[in-house]
Design a protein around this ligand. Structure first.
Ligand code: PEP
Length: 262
């Protein structure tokens, strides 16, 4: 049984003041779901320390938005996976489409970062997904498989099997446009089949989460398929009520009696 997980990607947003206000309200509202689902907050690097302290013993994990492909040394502006581990991170987002598109991270680059994250004892959240043009050409799985295969080639299937895969169609990220629940379920099923073909059992054990304009209003529908093990939430994770209602919708897939929308 895969435990669902909800991950907040704050991207490059926040301030000491606003983070505090957001988290105080959010943590209170997420409290009822802490045992039912896993949760993680990925703030920008400078706020890791602050968020770690605010999360305290809530059981909600800390995550980072990227990690360097280098271990240490002359890499100005980079942050190593070991440093993130020392800061208390449990998860690291890798291969986010904004990193790939705006900062030219290639599949090889992402795989090298993935290896560093694994070596530091952290859990990679491997983002994969296609452009709108690729979807319209019918190339979704070709693209997603290429992204996953590069990691398998560099880190082995055992590396990928220990990660979380985030299916994030690029055309749905920050656009307000979501994939339909059927598109999400079909793609997750195809990713599972690919993983299963690579290693027996991996298709059932790896958590595959969906990201792309998830909101409280569409969360229940997007999470309704058993293929979907949670969400990676960008914009809506900056609003306490939205994010906690998304958490309620996810918890509701496990425990409909105690998880109610607030
Ligand atoms: C993301 O940044 O991973 C994301 C899914 O963003 P949004 O929810 O804003 O589309």
């Amino acid at each position: 049984m895969r435990k669902p997980i909800l991950i907040a990607n704050w991207k490059m947003n926040g301030s000491l003041h606003s983070n505090q206000a957001l988290l105080v309200r959010m943590l209170a509202k997420l409290r009822p779901f802490r045992k039912t689902i896993d949760m993680a907050i990925c703030p920008p690097f400078p706020y890791l320390f602050q968020v770690r302290d605010l999360l305290g013993y809530t059981g909600i994990a800390l995550g980072a938005q990227n990690a360097s492909r280098a271990t240490s040394g002359a890499h100005t502006g980079e942050v190593s996976a070991t440093m993130l581990h020392e800061m208390g991170c449990r998860y690291v987002l890798l291969g986010h489409s904004e990193r790939r598109a705006l900062y030219h991270e290639s599949d090889d680059d992402v795989a090298a970062r993935f290896q560093q994250v694994l070596s530091a004892g952290l859990i990679p959240v491997m983002c994969v997904g296609e452009t709108l043009e690729e979807r319209e050409q019918g190339w979704t799985m070709k693209v997603v498989q290429r992204q996953l295969q590069t990691v398998i080639d560099q880190c082995g299937m055992s590396g990928l099997a220990g990660s979380i895969v985030a299916y994030e169609p690029i055309w749905a990220i920050g656009t307000g446009r979501t994939a339909t629940p059927e598109q999400v379920a079909d793609t997750h099923r195809a990713i599972r089949q690919f993983l299963e073909n690579c290693e027996t059992g991996a298709g059932q054990s790896v958590r595959i989460v969906y990201g792309g304009s998830v909101k409280a209003a569409n969360a229940a529908a997007l999470f309704s398929s058993p293929e979907v093990d949670g969400g990676l939430i960008g914009g809506a994770s900056l609003q306490a009520d939205e994010f906690s209602n998304i958490g309620a919708a996810l918890a509701n897939t496990v425990n409909p009696v105690t998880s109610t929308l607030t």
